[in-house]
Ligand binder design. Structure first.
Ligand SMILES: Nc1ncnc2c1ncn2[C@@H]1O[C@H](COP(=O)(O)OP(=O)(O)OP(=O)(O)O)[C@@H](O)[C@H]1O
Ligand SMILES: [Mg+2]
Length: 456
């Protein structure tokens, strides 16, 4: 056997424990024995196990409770529960709680071996998968940028091809998709890496200030220009300039930027002396440039000048495949930052995170996990550590973005909960909600709910 496969066996019946233990050892497994749940849990905390095999009925702790306890410590561990013949409900709850499998008594050792091999095969595939994934990542990898979806591998390939050139790169994508990260990656993978990368947020300043920010000014060029000042383009000489939120650049400055793009030349505000710079231009926007074009808010000639190489960053919801990697990446990052040991996510928390739509993209995911890492008191991130918005059922998620729509959604949910708690008794539900029964009836009608519509 290549690697030792470590199994923890918990059973309160000494004969059964001996039988299983002896059998497993004969098969070449490392078997550890525990005569009750507490003892099993103690051993589990000390030694890493691949599999826990537990009897359901033990005096101090049920197999189901042991299952939950070990999964709270190590969410990925495989558990097989052994139930007495005929207690199918327990078996079903065990599977629901995350058991890999269940076996019934009297135990058939061949069957046991078969099930263990299945678990082992699955673990082997998982680790093989992880190795492949890591190899793939190493091959395509760009420092600090996580992604393994086809869409992101395409982005990485574009970055790698665009970086060595002098071409202007336009990076597009919704807010929080990683545009700035990509701009940095391009600069640091380019021959200009030893030069500066200067960022300008084109949306942050009013026209006149932005002009002087970009191109600099002479002393006395405008009120407040007390001294001569170099602009960002001059500072970036020999390096790259990152024009962020380029879609928000005022029309008056678009003409001036066009000239820089065409001739690499500009004048400081208040001067007529042309200045030449050697700057690579990277730009980004989350705006619909084509829409701005047809609305006359963005110059067509500038658009074509910028649009030499375009990198489109897909929204996170269109590359859900990247979610597990990103979740683990941020968890590790923020666990370290907060000096906490956090082993992973609970089953429910993971499901909720994988299901959510992330309108704020990677930045939203990052914030959610940072918050959870700060809040959690456990070694596992649970559902309670996640913001409410992410574990709302589908129906409420489509509440919409307007205030009336959101308010309606909340009302509807609270009414359903109150009805559930009052067992459908409207007088009581109205009391719980702090409204009159008449008002409740009105709302029930408005939302098409009936007394039976309790929250599920
Ligand atoms: N693929 C990724 N891997 C790791 N971290 C990422 C990835 N994409 C984005 N991030 C992180 O998400 C956050 C937002 O990224 P960034 O600021 O680059 O987005 P943006 O597209 O510029 O957003 P905005 O349009 O709002 O300015 C950053 O903290 C960044 O490090
Ligand atoms: Mg940005």
């Amino acid at each position: 056997m290549a690697e030792p496969f470590r199994i923890l066996v918990a059973d309160d019946e000494p004969a059964q424990l001996e039988l299983i233990g002896g059998f497993l050892k004969k098969q070449g497994f490392e078997a550890f024995l525990a005569e009750n749940g507490q003892n099993a849990l103690r051993q589990f905390r000390e030694v890493p196990f691949d599999l826990v095999l537990t009897d359901q009925r033990m005096p101090d702790m049920s197999g189901l409770d042991l299952l939950k306890a070990v999964r709270a410590i190590h969410p990925e561990v495989a558990v097989i529960v052994i139930t007495a013949y005929g207690t199918i409900e327990t078996a079903v709850s065990a599977i629901k709680a995350g058991a890999k499998d269940y076996l019934t008594k009297p135990l058939n050792l061949d069957e046991l071996l078969y099930r263990i091999e299945q678990v082992r095969e699955r673990l082997r595939l998982l680790s093989e998968n992880r190795d492949l994934r890591e190899a793939l990542q190493r091959q395509h990898r760009i420092e600090g940028i996580i992604g393994e979806s086809g869409r992101m591998l395409e982005v990485f390939s574009m970055v790698r091809r665009a970086a060595p050139s002098e071409a202007t790169v336009l990076i597009r994508g919704e807010s929080g998709t990683g545009k700035e990260l990509i701009a940095k990656a391009i600069h640091y993978a380019s021959p200009r890496a030893s030069g500066l990368l200067i960022r300008v947020n084109c949306a942050a300043l009013p026209d006149t200030l932005l002009e002087s920010e970009l191109f600099g000014h002479e002393k006395g060029a405008f009120t407040g220009a007390l001294t001569k000042r170099k602009g960002r383009f001059e500072l970036a000489d020999g390096g790259s300039i990152f024009l962020d939120e380029i879609g928000d650049l005022p029309l008056s400055l678009q003409a001036k930027l066009l000239r820089v793009l065409q001739e690499r030349e500009f004048e400081r505000v208040g001067s007529s002396l042309p200045i030449r710079v050697n700057v690579r231009i990277l730009a980004a926007t989350h705006r619909d440039l084509e829409g701005l074009l047809s609305a006359g808010q963005f110059r067509e000639d500038l658009y074509y000048r910028l649009n030499v190489v375009t990198i489109l960053l897909p929204p996170l919801r269109e590359r859900r495949q990247d979610l597990p990697l990103l979740m683990d990446h941020f968890l590790k990052l923020f666990a370290e930052k907060n000096r906490k040991t956090i082993r992973g996510f609970s089953h429910e928390a993971r499901e909720a995170l994988l299901r959510y739509d992330y309108p704020g993209n990677v930045r939203e995911l990052e914030n959610i996990i940072e918050r959870a890492a700060v809040l959690t008191r456990d070694e596992v991130i649970g559902q309670a550590d996640l913001p409410l918005s992410i574990h709302e059922p589908e129906e409420e998620k489509s509440e919409g973005t307007t205030l009336p729509a959101a308010t309606e959604g909340i009302e509807r949910r609270m009414i359903r909960e109150a009805l559930a708690r009052s067992g459908g008794v409207q007088t009581r539900a109205a009391e719980l909600l702090g409204i009159s029964e008449r008002a409740l009836r009105y709302k029930l009608k408005k939302y098409g709910l009936t007394g039976e519509d309790a929250a599920s």
